[in-house]
Ligand binder design. Structure first.
Ligand code: HEC
Ligand code: HEC
Ligand code: HEC
Ligand code: HEC
Ligand code: HEC
Ligand code: HEC
Ligand code: HEC
Ligand code: HEC
Ligand code: HEC
Length: 434
C-alpha cells in the first residue's frame, strides 16, 4: 500500500523512471564497450593507435573498413601475433608477420582469402571469388606479373585500410567514383610518361554522352570506365572484344548494324563497328545532321557522289525521311499546344503525339540498318500518327471558336431579353400609376 502511495506522487514516479532508464543505459553501454574491447584486444591496434603518421593512419582509417566490420584485424592481412604486447614478438616473421607487401605480391596477398570459396563462403557465399583469376588476364595483371609496379593492382583501385563494399557511395569503386579513381593514374602525364598511352581518356569521357549522364546527371545506367573495360578482367565476361561492348546496352543498334551490309564492309577494312562513327570516350550527342551528305555527316567520310555512290544516295534519302518526320513532329506539336493553351481537352491528341515521338526515336535507331526503306517504314508510321494528332488538335481548336461564337450570340440574346424585361416592368409601373 505504501509503495502505491509513494508511486502516486508524480515526482517520485519520475525519479524512478529516470533511475530505471539510467540502469538500462549503463548495461547497454557496458555491452558495447565489451564488444569494442573484443576487437581492440588486438595489440596491433592498441600499439599502432599510440604511434604517428603512416604507422597510425591504418588504425584511424580502419574503423570504416569492411574487413574490420567483419572482425578481421591487422594480423588477418599482415600476419603476426595480435596478442603479444611486445613489438618484436608481435611482428615476428616466425609468427607469419609479412610486413608491408610489395605491389607485385598484393594480388596473391588479397587473393589468399578472396580466391578461396571455402574461406569467403563462411562470410558471404554470394560474393564472387574470381577477382584474382580475372585480374591476371587483364593488361594490368599481365604487366604486374612481369614486374611492373606502376600498373593497377587490388590496392590501387580499392584503397588500403579503408576498403568499402563496391555498393557503398564512399567506396573508390562505386560507379560514380570509378572515373576519378582510374584517372589518378591515367590522367597523370608524369606517372604515365614511360608508357605509349595518351592521358586524355577521363577528359574525353567526361565531355561525352556517357560522362555527362553519369557524372553530371548521376545516371548510374550510363557506363563508367569499368563497364566497358571490365572490373578485373580485360573486358566484361561474355564479351569477346571491347568493340562489342556497346551492344551490351544498345541491343537494337547492335542487332541492326550486324544485319546490315556495313558489318562485312567494316570487318574487311579492319574498322571497329560503333566507334568508327561515334568514337568511344568522347561520344558526341548524335543528331540528324550526322546522317546524310551535309558538312556534319559521317557518311561523307566514306561515301561521295563518285566514291561508293550507293551509300551516298541512301544517306541522302534516309536524311530526307528523318527531316520530314522531324518537321511534321514540330508542326503537330504546335497545333496541340495551341489547342491546350485555349483550355481545350487535348488528351487524345497528346497520346498520338507520344506515338509520333516514339516513331522518331525508332527511325533514328533504324538508321543502323543503313536501309532507306526500313527507315521509311518507321517514318510512315510516325507521319500517320502526326496526321491524326493534327486532326484532333485542329478539331479542338475549331470547337473552341464554335463555342466562342455561340457564347457571343447567346450573350446578345440574353441582353436583349433583359432589356425587354426592364421596359415591361417600367410599363407596368406606369400603368398602376406608382
Ligand atoms: C608495441 C607496439 C607494436 C605492436 C604490438 C605492433 N606494432 Fe607494428 N609497428 C610498430 C612500430 C614502432 C613500427 C615501425 C618500426 C618497425 O618497422 O619496426 C611498426 C611497423 C609496422 C608495419 C610496417 C612494417 C614495415 O616494414 O614498414 C606493419 C605492416 C605493422 N607494424 C603491422 C603490425 C601488425 C599486423 C601487428 C600485430 C600483429 C603489429 N604491427 C603490432 C609497433 C607495433
Ligand atoms: C585487407 C588487408 C589489410 C588489413 C586488414 C590491414 N592492412 Fe596494413 N596494409 C595492407 C596493404 C595491401 C598495404 C600496402 C599498401 C601499399 O602498397 O602501400 C599495407 C600497409 C601497411 C602499413 C605501411 C603503411 C605505409 O604507408 O607505408 C602499415 C604500417 C600497416 N599496413 C599497418 C596496418 C595495421 C596497424 C592494420 C590494422 C589496423 C592493418 N595494416 C590492416 C593491407 C592491410
Ligand atoms: C583496375 C581496378 C581494379 C583492380 C586492379 C581490382 N579491382 Fe576489385 N573491383 C573493381 C571495381 C570497379 C569493382 C566493382 C564494380 C561494381 O560491382 O560496381 C570491384 C569489385 C571487387 C569486389 C566485390 C565483388 C566483385 O567481384 O564485384 C572484390 C571482392 C574485389 N573487387 C576484390 C579485388 C581483388 C582481390 C583484387 C586483386 C586481385 C582486385 N579487386 C583488383 C576494380 C578493381
Ligand atoms: C583475411 C582474409 C582477407 C584478406 C587478406 C583480404 N580480404 Fe577483402 N574481404 C574479406 C572478407 C571476409 C570480406 C567480407 C565479405 C562479406 O562478408 O561480404 C572482404 C570484403 C572485401 C571487399 C568488399 C566486397 C563487397 O562486398 O563489395 C573488398 C572490396 C575487399 N575485401 C578487397 C580486398 C583487398 C583489395 C584486399 C587486399 C589488399 C583484401 N580484400 C584482402 C577477407 C579478406
Ligand atoms: C595505379 C595506376 C593505375 C590505375 C589506378 C589504373 N590503371 Fe590502367 N594502366 C596503368 C598503367 C601504368 C597501364 C599501362 C600498361 C602498359 O601499357 O604496359 C595501364 C593500362 C590500362 C589499359 C590498357 C591500355 C592499352 O594499352 O590498351 C586499360 C584499358 C586501362 N589501364 C584501364 C584502366 C581502368 C578502366 C582503370 C580504372 C578502373 C584503370 N586502368 C586504373 C595504371 C593504372
Ligand atoms: C563506352 C565504353 C568505354 C568507356 C565508358 C571507357 N572506355 Fe576506355 N576504351 C573503350 C574502347 C572501345 C577503347 C579502344 C580499345 C581498342 O580499340 O582496343 C578504349 C581504350 C582505352 C584505353 C587505351 C588507350 C586509348 O585511349 O585508346 C585506355 C587507357 C582507356 N580506354 C581507359 C579508360 C578510362 C580511364 C575510362 C574512364 C574515364 C574509360 N576508358 C572509359 C571503351 C570505353
Ligand atoms: C553500361 C551500358 C552502356 C554501354 C556499355 C554503352 N552505353 Fe551508350 N548509353 C548508355 C546510356 C544509359 C545512355 C543514355 C545516356 C543519357 O541519358 O543521355 C547512352 C547513350 C549513348 C549515346 C547517345 C544516345 C542519345 O540519343 O543521346 C550514344 C551515341 C551511345 N550511348 C553510344 C555508345 C557506344 C558507341 C558504346 C560503346 C563504345 C556505348 N554507347 C556503350 C549505356 C551504355
Ligand atoms: C556508319 C555510321 C554508324 C555506325 C557504324 C553506328 N552508328 Fe550509331 N548512329 C549513327 C548516326 C548517323 C546516328 C544519328 C541518327 C539520328 O539522330 O538521326 C546514330 C545514332 C545512334 C544512337 C542514338 C539513337 C538511338 O538509337 O537511340 C545510338 C545510341 C547509337 N547510334 C549507337 C550505336 C551503336 C551501339 C553502334 C554499334 C553497334 C552504332 N551506333 C554504330 C551512325 C552510326
Ligand atoms: C568508314 C567508312 C564508312 C562510313 C563512315 C560509312 N560507310 Fe557505308 N559503306 C562503307 C563501305 C566500305 C561499304 C561497302 C560497299 C561499297 O563499297 O559500296 C559501305 C556500304 C554501304 C551501303 C551498301 C551499299 C550497297 O552497295 O548496297 C549503304 C547503304 C551505306 N554504306 C550507307 C551508309 C550510311 C547511310 C552511312 C552514314 C550513316 C555510311 N554508309 C557510313 C563504308 C562506310
Amino acid at each position: 500500500m505504501r509503495c502505491i502511495k509513494y508511486l502516486s506522487k508524480p515526482l517520485n514516479l519520475a525519479l524512478l523512471v529516470v533511475a530505471a532508464v539510467c540502469l538500462v543505459t549503463v548495461a547497454i553501454g557496458n555491452l558495447s564497450a565489451q564488444e569494442e574491447l573484443k576487437k581492440e584486444e588486438s595489440t596491433c591496434i592498441n600499439c599502432h593507435a599510440e604511434l604517428e603518421d603512416e604507422l597510425l593512419e591504418p588504425v584511424t582509417r580502419f574503423r570504416h573498413d569492411i574487413h574490420y566490420e567483419k572482425g578481421i584485424a591487422c594480423d588477418g592481412c599482415h600476419g603476426g601475433d595480435s596478442s603479444a604486447e611486445d613489438a618484436d614478438e608481435s611482428m615476428d616473421p616466425d609468427k607469419g608477420f609479412i610486413g608491408v607487401p610489395d605491389p607485385l605480391e598484393i594480388p596473391s596477398f588479397c587473393g589468399k582469402c578472396h580466391s578461396s570459396s571455402t574461406y569467403m563462403g563462411k562470410f558471404n557465399p554470394a560474393l564472387p571469388v574470381d577477382q584474382e583469376k580475372k585480374y591476371r588476364t587483364s593488361l594490368h595483371g599481365k604487366r604486374n606479373a612481369e614486374g611492373d609496379r606502376k600498373v593497377a593492382q587490388c590496392a590501387s583501385c580499392h584503397g588500403i585500410h579503408g576498403i568499402r563494399p563496391a555498393g557503398d557511395p564512399l567506396s573508390k569503386v562505386h560507379p560514380l567514383n570509378v572515373p576519378e579513381m582510374c584517372a589518378t593514374c591515367h590522367s597523370d602525364p608524369g606517372y604515365m610518361k614511360s608508357y605509349e598511352l595518351p592521358t586524355d581518356q577521363y577528359r574525353k569521357y567526361a565531355e561525352g554522352v556517357h560522362g555527362v549522364a553519369l557524372l553530371q546527371n548521376k545516371e548510374t545506367g550510363a557506363p563508367a570506365c569499368n563497364d566497358c573495360h571490365g572490373n578485373h578482367g580485360a573486358v566484361p565476361p561474355g564479351v569477346a572484344s571491347i568493340a562489342f561492348v556497346c551492344g551490351n546496352c544498345h541491343v537494337n543498334n547492335m542487332r541492326l548494324f550486324n544485319e546490315s551490309p556495313l558489318k562485312a564492309a567494316f570487318s574487311e577494312l579492319h574498322l571497329p563497328g560503333c566507334e568508327t562513327c561515334h568514337n568511344y570516350h568522347d561520344i558526341p550527342k548524335p543528331t540528324d545532321a550526322v546522317v546524310g551528305v551535309g558538312p556534319e555527316s559521317v557518311c561523307r567520310d566514306c561515301h561521295t557522289e563518285t566514291k561508293r555512290p550507293a551509300g551516298y544516295r541512301v544517306a541522302k534519302e534516309i536524311r530526307k525521311h528523318l527531316d520530314t518526320l522531324a518537321e511534321r513532329t514540330r508542326s503537330a506539336d504546335s497545333v496541340v499546344v495551341e489547342a491546350s493553351q485555349r483550355g481545350m481537352d487535348v488528351l487524345d491528341a497528346e497520346y498520338r503525339l507520344k506515338d509520333v515521338r516514339q516513331a522518331l526515336i525508332e527511325a533514328r535507331t533504324m538508321v543502323h540498318s543503313f536501309d532507306a526503306g526500313m527507315v521509311k517504314d518507321k517514318v510512315d508510321a510516325g507521319l500517320e500518327a502526326a496526321k491524326e494528332a493534327v486532326r484532333l488538335g485542329e478539331k479542338a481548336i475549331a470547337n473552341y471558336y464554335f463555342r466562342r461564337k455561340w457564347l457571343g450570340f447567346s450573350t446578345l440574346i440574353l441582353s436583349f431579353l433583359v432589356l425587354m424585361l426592364i421596359f415591361k416592368i417600367r410599363e407596368v409601373d406606369r400603368r398602376t400609376g406608382r
